[in-house]
Design a protein around this ligand. Structure first.
Ligand code: PEP
Length: 285
């Protein structure tokens, strides 16, 4: 399945691997207006640090990121693990880099030892939260229904949910990719707020070094945008960012970002190296 060449009007027709971008264009380019209009989707670069980094490393990482970013037209969000949140939020205060949590409990408070609420991560400086990452679905048996409850909890705490969907290798081999994406999206649809971001993360590409081809990513993103259109209206769907995640590196980012429905990246492994993450960001400005 392929969509129209430039359905969102976000970019001019793609002529090169970097989306026809002029390498001399200043970082804060007028190509991506800060307020997206008529489908002008601003790129988002999200870093999932998973269960990595100690506080001193995280602080050094934030400093490198701030130094390297300057004034950028892209939105950048980092997702550290819970104990790092206050230090990272302090380090990134008054910067353009937002902070998100990797998880939250579906309830707002209560007897849930070891869990963390939306209000608590918001209080620690978060404005975003990951919901439905495949590692949570795999390691903690998170169902579609639980992911939807977590999205609802995020909304109550005024956090922007970054909702992850994606098929396993077996599901792709069985030709069930689009069915799985439709099911995962339908589960969260009733609770999606005004402000949310979707990430297509094929499970077989996460942490494996086996990145999806640009065509594979585009097919999934176009499908998801079509479904969002059915759920929320076609016009709105064209304004909603859909990120790709799965073994993104500075070397493969340009080809993926050239696709008209790929609006940025959720990056795991490569985001742990500020140079590599900045290299991926550079592709999207
Ligand atoms: C992720 O954790 O969401 C991810 C995409 O990881 P990686 O980039 O390492 O594949």
């Amino acid at each position: 399945m392929t969509g129209p060449a430039n359905p969102g009007g976000r970019r001019p027709p793609v002529g090169t691997a970097s989306g026809g971008r002029n390498p001399t264009t200043p970082v804060a380019s007028a190509r991506y207006p800060a307020t997206p209009a008529s489908g002008g989707r601003r790129p988002i670069l999200a870093a999932n640090w998973k269960m990595h980094l100690l506080r001193a490393e995280a602080v050094a990482h934030c400093r490198a990121l701030r130094r390297g970013l300057g004034s950028s037209s892209v939105r950048v969000v980092v997702f550290p693990s819970f104990p790092l949140l206050p230090a990272v939020a302090a380090e990134l205060a008054e910067s353009d880099v937002a902070v998100g949590a990797q998880d939250l409990h579906p309830e707002d408070k209560g007897a849930h030892t070891g869990d963390v609420s939306g209000a608590q991560v918001a209080d620690a400086g978060c404005s975003w939260v990951l919901c439905g990452h495949s590692e949570r679905r795999r390691d903690h048996g998170e169902s579609d229904e639980l992911v939807a409850r977590k999205v609802a909890a995020a909304v109550r705490s005024k956090l922007c949910p970054l909702v992850c969907v994606g098929e396993t290798r077996e599901e792709r081999a069985a030709g069930r990719t689009l069915e799985v994406l439709a099911r995962q999206l339908a589960a969260v649809a009733p609770v999606l707020p005004e402000r949310f971001v979707l990430a297509y993360e094929p499970v077989w590409a996460i942490g494996t070094g086996e990145v999806a081809t640009a065509a594979t990513a585009q097919e999934a993103h176009r499908f998801l945008r079509g479904r969002l259109g059915e759920l929320l209206g076609a016009e709105r769907a064209e304004t909603l960012p859909i990120l790709y995640g799965g073994s993104v590196t500075p070397d493969n980012a340009a080809g993926l970002f050239a696709e008209s429905d790929v609006d940025g990246f959720l990056v795991g492994g490569a985001s742990l190296d500020p140079e590599k993450f900045l290299g991926i960001i550079t592709v999207c400005v």
